[in-house]
Design a protein. Sequence first.
Length: 335
Amino acid sequence: MHRSTPSPLPDDIVLVPGSPPLLSAATGGDPEGWAAEHHDALRATVAAHGSVLVRGLGLAEPGAAAAVFRRLSHSLMPDQEPFAPRRNYTEGVYSSTKWPPNQQMCMHHEMSYALEFPGMLLFACLEAPASGGATGVADGVAVLDALPAELTERFEKEGWILARSYHDEIGASAAEAFGTDDRDAVSEYCRAHAIDFEWQSDGSLRTRQRRSAVIHHPVGGRRLWFNQIAFLSEWTMDAEVREYLTDVYGPDGLPFTTCFGNGDPIGEDVVRAINEVYDAHTLREPWRSGDLLLVDNLRTAHSREPFDGPREVLAGLADPVRLADCKPTVEVISA
């Protein structure tokens, strides 16, 4: 239920430069009850700061994490068009995206290539890694302001294109991305979601979708850098991996890459510049087992740093928002 009056921020929020806001929880062994009691205050903190890390909840298994996710969100939603597989624990609750632990998962806004995406993300750390593996966050308003004006002006005018080729051997297959192996159903989904698609002679699928790179937050209207231009670029791949995939599938058959909205390729220099701005605005705090992180997915990008040892972090995709409600700067049409 939406509240008509804002909730005050907790008095014991700790603000440390370089880290997201931190709140210590004394749950008495009842994390779900604690989450219900602090629902308004936590959401108010996220609205004020873009994220909050809750320490001391003692989340140790998926059922407890899912219960807390439901208490703190208005609704959970399915993962749509994923670029890599996840394990689905229960409705709206997933494992972290499968990504090599020795590779950086660059800053991105979850599902920013879709027409509907989560307004809030919830992360529960069931097992912290031996080292590394932090989920960093970066403010989309600050990133937009810090990027070169000529670059953001072009992206505001043209948007960006995500080009994908679906393979069974790497990344999410078409069946995993669209939730079905029915070719007609996949084609209908693409038509309904402004995605250009082409079935190849070998039965594989290639898609292109044009989206806005800059949106306005539906609450307050602030302009935000909101996309996965850098993360889903071929230039984020390890050089050896990129060369191997190009040799195997050809330059037009990479699992994913991004272009300017007019179809021009995005160079390595542009991707590097975007990631450098993200790096300069990243807040991070090492995970501890039992932690909970809440993130405003529209305002705040997130990343995952390389790690050693086992790491289990669950993700809840919550409070769906439609792109049409965010005053996108580019009309959503097929690429």
